[in-house]
Design a protein around this ligand. Structure first.
Ligand code: MF3
Ligand code: CO
Ligand code: CO
Length: 258
């Protein structure tokens, strides 16, 4: 498998795109509240992305109709912002932003809690964030890419949650989605594919409180848990800069923004 590799001086626009996506996720902590709609969030993000000099990657990507993804409660990923439902106390929502700067993509997502949420929902979000952060510690040049999924599987299973199998992380850069796929569960095929210097990719575990199975709604995008249980996701874009594992989408608030 051909994996692209970039010198540190080549990826400044990717750093910038990632920083913009992450900064807007920070801002959403104050913006998101009971009574607003996911379309309001889409509008807010479009305005901010443009103001900061970027372009939203999802809009018209393979026909996606909006500029960000908003995945509520049992939606796993690729939820389409809509004005049809107001956010309610107890909801958990993933917002996924990808900004383009001069053709370079920065892709990140996190969870937002609306008011006080049930203990189980809160725990799901915390464990999912832990899955992301702990798996990032497995990244180093020459390590098998399967280490990511191995680590996430252990943490999720210890908490009686399940790891979504139908969607994965991905190489990213001048394209939104590139090789390699970054699986969030263990697959021995990735024992022999290794992290290389200069690669850029995402890690974006989706963890369900019930079973891992997913299905796509008739809109062709929205992925939901088959058993209608809750799902959470956190995502970072990573650049391997020698021994320095750069979290390009680390925000001004830092890694522990929750
Ligand atoms: N940002 C998503 C990811 O993490 C991809 C969204 S594709 C879209 O890979 F078309 F739904 F926007
Ligand atoms: Co991604
Ligand atoms: Co994303």
């Amino acid at each position: 498998m051909k994996i692209k590799s970039y010198k540190s001086t080549e990826v400044n626009d990717c750093r910038e795109a990632s920083k913009i996506s992450a900064t807007i996720l920070d801002e959403l902590t104050d913006y998101i509240s009971e009574g607003i709609t996911t379309e309001d969030i889409d509008n807010y993000c479009v305005e901010r992305i443009k103001k900061l000099g970027g372009v939203p990657a999802p809009l018209f990507y393979r026909g996606f109709p909006k500029s960000i993804c908003t995945s509520l409660n049992h939606v796993i990923c690729h939820g389409i912002p809509s004005k049809d439902r107001k956010l309610l106390e107890g909801d958990i929502l993933n917002v996924d932003i990808t900004t383009i700067i001069n053709g370079w993509h920065g892709d990140t997502s996190r969870m937002y809690k609306i008011g006080k949420v049930p203990v189980k929902a809160n725990n799901l979000c915390e464990v999912t964030h832990q899955c992301l952060i702990e798996s990032l510690k497995e990244i180093k040049i020459g390590a098998p890419i399967s280490q990511i999924g191995k680590r996430i599987d252990i943490i999720a299973n210890n908490n009686n949650f399940s790891v979504v199998r139908d969607f994965c992380g991905h190489g990213v850069g001048r394209n939104f989605h590139e090789n390699p796929s970054i699986l969030h569960y263990y697959d021995q095929e990735y024992d022999k594919i290794y992290f290389i210097d200069g690669m850029i990719f995402t890690v974006e575990p989706m963890i369900n409180s019930g079973k891992y199975h997913s299905k796509i709604l008739t809109d062709g995008w929205t992925a939901v848990t088959k058993d209608k249980t809750l799902s959470a996701q956190y995502e970072h874009t990573i650049y391997i800069n020698g021994d320095n594992i750069e979290i390009l989408t680390e925000s001004p608030k830092g890694i522990f923004y929750n």
